[in-house]
Design a protein around this ligand. Structure first.
Ligand code: HEC
Length: 148
């Protein structure tokens, strides 16, 4: 009886751990989708002139990216290696094979966003600075993202 309880308890614990890892995978997708949305529909759209320049909206979008840069590293922990993400893209195994390289990409992205927050004050500075962020998205995707 006690043994049965222990076994069931252990199994439940295992289910809990897997659920927590799947949750990290879902959080990563949500975070990347938020990156895409804020870059595309706010920052790039404004730079292209599709939207009027609105400093509050720009700041809010940059804050989403900033928050993303701060959280990103901790979502790609070892225990999630090999777990499939839903959607069109997967994390590359290189994230875990070359953790230092991945961490450097996260840091470079964070730095670009912090610098952009200090610089972007009007349409001209947005246009001049936005590519420095886009470059970091692209650099990490090139090295560490795969198509599903
Ligand atoms: C340090 C690495 C890194 C940086 C920086 C990064 N990404 Fe990603 N991105 C990934 C990885 C890895 C994936 C693969 C999907 C996943 O892990 O859930 C991804 C996936 C995505 C996806 C697809 C999401 C989906 O579920 O289909 C979008 C959109 C995206 N990123 C946008 C961005 C944008 C925009 C930026 C910059 C503002 C950015 N990312 C910065 C690593 C990064």
């Amino acid at each position: 009886m006690i043994r049965g309880v222990v076994i069931v308890g252990t199994l439940l614990l295992g289910v809990g751990v897997v659920a927590a890892q799947q949750d990290l995978v879902a959080q990563r997708s949500a975070l990347m989708k938020a990156n895409g949305k804020n870059l595309g529909t706010v920052l790039s759209a404004t730079a292209k002139g599709d939207k009027p320049y609105d400093q509050a909206a720009i700041d809010a979008a940059l804050n989403v990216l900033d928050d993303s840069a701060k959280k990103m590293g901790a979502l790609y922990v070892d225990s999630t290696k090999g777990l499939k993400a839903e959607g069109d893209f997967q994390p590359s195994p290189k994230i875990w094979e070359n953790k230092a390289g991945f961490d450097a990409e996260v840091a470079a992205f964070g730095k670009a966003v912090t610098e952009a927050k200090a610089k972007i004050k009007d349409l001209d500075s947005l246009k001049a600075t936005l590519p420095t962020i886009g470059k970091q998205c692209g650099s990490c995707h090139e090295g560490f993202r795969l198509k599903s």
